[in-house]
Design a protein around this ligand. Structure first.
Ligand code: SAH
Length: 211
């Protein structure tokens, strides 16, 4: 399932990422542990440890490792934080967050992806709460969250999700409708929202409703 060859490829990938950006060491450690090859089709093993996005079915992609490293570092995750992820997809980003000790809630709008990621994350003994639902609505009955991570491109900052961010909380969201999006980090301080732009990334779109 996860052998010495996979671990070697993973180490090389993480070393490459460390040269490309200044990432949170705790994120790098989690990426060293999570077996990314299990989140894509077994016949495409050789792509699992390259720094690229890859199709996962339903017209969606597993995020590029660089993007996972960047988004998760910006999120400033610490153990036991309540984290909401929009776009479970393959479940890889979810596994990284769980590995870092997050108390994770993750929403996916495609049923096959929700079911596949649920099965795999259980096998790997990660315990996120996974929902087949529209992420635009979030989880108002479970809010507030310490952290909110959106892994699909939002046309604008989703206001309903912003309301579910607790005081001192951080949201990371790629915003924009074209080919590229701006990575926006928002920190809530009481009724104030401080916004930073962390440059261009490329995501599949965040869409309304369930499939
Ligand atoms: N975090 C994922 C990234 C998958 S791509 C991974 O590591 O594999 C983004 C995902 O967001 C897709 O699976 C897409 O179906 C999902 N998505 C898009 N809009 C959504 C919405 N409104 N609610 C929930 N999921 C959504």
């Amino acid at each position: 399932m996860d052998n010495i060859k996979h671990r070697g490829l993973r180490k090389r990938l993480v070393q490459q990422l460390a040269h490309k950006g200044n990432f949170d060491p705790k994120v790098m450690e989690a990426m060293l542990r999570v077996p990314r090859h299990l989140f894509i089709e077994p016949s495409f093993l050789r792509y699992a440890y390259q720094d690229m996005a890859f199709p996962i079915g339903c017209g969606q992609t597993i995020s590029q490792p660089f993007t996972v490293a960047a988004q998760t570092s910006l999120l400033e995750v610490a153990p036991r934080m309540k984290v909401l992820e929009i776009g479970t997809g393959s479940g890889y980003q979810s596994a990284v967050l769980c590995d870092m000790g997050a108390n994770l809630f993750s929403i996916e709008r495609h049923l096959p992806l929700h079911e596949q990621s649920k099965q795999l994350l259980e096998q790997l003994t990660y315990r996120p709460r996974l929902y087949y639902a529209d992420g635009y609505i979030g989880l108002p009955t479970i809010a507030p969250f310490d952290r909110i991570l959106i892994t699909a491109a939002a046309p604008e900052i989703p206001q309903q999700l912003l309301k579910q961010l607790g005081d001192g909380g951080i949201m990371v969201v790629p915003v924009g409708e074209g080919k590229d999006q701006e990575m926006i980090k928002i920190r809530r301080c009481g009724d104030q929202f401080q916004t930073e732009n962390h440059g261009a990334f490329s995501f599949v779109p965040m869409l309304k409703g369930r499939e």
